[in-house]
Write a protein that binds this ligand. Structure first.
Ligand SMILES: Nc1ncnc2c1ncn2[C@@H]1O[C@H](COP(=O)(O)OP(=O)(O)OP(=O)(O)O)[C@@H](O)[C@H]1O
Ligand SMILES: [Mg+2]
Length: 265
C-alpha cells in the first residue's frame, strides 16, 4: 500500500483516513470520514458527546477495526503492523494502584520486553519523563497519593514511555478543573515543541472549543453520530496563544459557527 497523499497537495500524510466507517453491531459510530494528517501537525477532533470521536482515535491506534474505507498510518494499515509507534492516552489515568508512579510509567516497556523481548528498559528515560511532566518528586508515590491532575501527568508520562511517533489523546485532561487543565495543556505544548521526543503528530479529542483553538494547528469538526466531517479549520496563530486576543476570538467564532447544531428549516 502506498502512503496516502493529503487531498489536493500531493504531500504524503502520516495518518490517512479515506471514507472510514466504524460500526458496533447495529450502531454506526463513524459514518465515512476522510482526513489526512501531516507530520508536524497538532490536530484536534471536536464533536458532540457520543458522536464517535473515541472510536476514531481507537481505530487509528488499531484497537477498533474499520468496517469500511481505509485507515493508514505512514502508509500501512492501522494496527499492530503499523509502520510507526502509536501511543494512546485515555480520559482516565488507569494507573495500577499497587505500583509506584515510576513503576507505572515503566509498565509499557516492561510488558513489551516480557512479551516480545523488543525494546530496552530505560529507567533513566522514565525518570526524565517524570521530570518533564512535573512529577520528579513523586516517583515513589502511589496513585492514591496523587491528585487527579498528577495522575493524568503520570498517565501522559507512561504514554510517552514507548517513545511514540504519534500521540493520540482522548480528552486527556477533560475530567480536571479548568485551572489544572490549562496548566497541563501548556505543559503538553511545551513537550510537543521541546523536540526532546520522537513525536511527529498529536491528535487530541476534546469537547472544548477554546481548548481546540488554544492547542491545535487544525480543528476537525465532526457531526453528531455517526461522525462525519463538518469542517476542518486551520488555526494559524502563533504560540503562546492568548484567548484575550482578537484573532483568537475570531477563530473561536468560526469554530463555534461550524460546530453549532444545525436546525432543520
Ligand atoms: N465497544 C463498543 N461497543 C458497542 N458500542 C460502542 C463501543 N464503543 C463505542 N460504542 C458506541 O459508538 C458510539 C460512539 O461512541 P464514542 O465513544 O466513539 O463517542 P465519543 O464521541 O467519544 O463520545 P464522548 O464524547 O461521550 O466520549 C456510541 O453510540 C457508543 O455507544
Ligand atoms: Mg469519547
Amino acid at each position: 500500500m502506498h502512503a496516502m497523499p493529503v487531498a489536493g497537495t500531493g504531500e504524503t500524510c502520516l495518518i490517512g483516513a479515506e471514507d472510514v466507517r466504524i460500526r458496533f453491531g447495529d450502531v454506526e459510530a463513524v459514518g465515512g470520514v476522510s482526513l489526512g494528517i501531516r507530520g508536524g501537525e497538532f490536530v484536534t477532533l471536536l464533536g458532540p458527546s457520543g458522536c464517535g470521536k473515541s472510536s476514531l482515535l481507537k481505530a487509528i491506534a488499531g484497537l477498533v477495526p474499520v468496517a469500511g474505507g481505509t485507515l493508514a498510518v505512514a502508509g500501512r494499515p492501522a494496527g499492530p503492523a503499523a509502520a510507526l509507534e502509536v501511543g494512546l492516552m485515555f480520559q482516565k489515568p488507569l494507573l495500577l494502584p499497587w505500583r509506584t508512579t515510576l513503576l507505572n510509567v515503566e509498565l509499557p516497556m516492561e510488558i513489551a520486553l516480557k512479551s516480545s523481548g523488543v525494546g530496552r528498559f530505560e529507567r533513566a528515560r522514565a525518570v526524565e519523563l517524570l521530570r518533564m511532566v512535573g512529577l520528579a518528586d513523586f516517583a515513589a508515590a502511589y496513585p492514591h497519593q496523587l491528585s487527579g491532575g498528577m495522575q493524568q501527568r503520570a498517565a501522559l508520562a507512561r504514554t510517552l514511555m514507548s517513545d511514540p511517533d504519534i500521540l493520540l489523546l482522548d480528552e486527556p485532561f477533560g475530567a480536571l478543573d479548568e485551572f489544572t487543565r490549562e496548566t497541563l495543556n501548556g505543559e503538553l505544548l511545551a513537550i510537543w515543541h521541546s523536540g526532546t521526543t520522537r513525536l511527529k503528530a498529536i491528535v487530541m479529542v476534546t469537547h472544548s472549543i477554546p481548548e481546540a483553538v488554544a492547542m491545535s494547528d487544525r480543528i476537525v469538526v465532526l457531526s453528531p453520530r455517526p461522525a462525519r466531517l463538518i469542517d476542518v479549520i486551520a488555526v494559524k496563530l502563533p504560540h503562546p496563544r492568548d484567548p484575550a486576543d482578537a484573532a483568537f476570538a475570531r477563530v473561536l467564532g468560526e469554530v463555534r459557527a461550524a460546530a453549532r447544531p444545525k436546525v432543520a428549516p
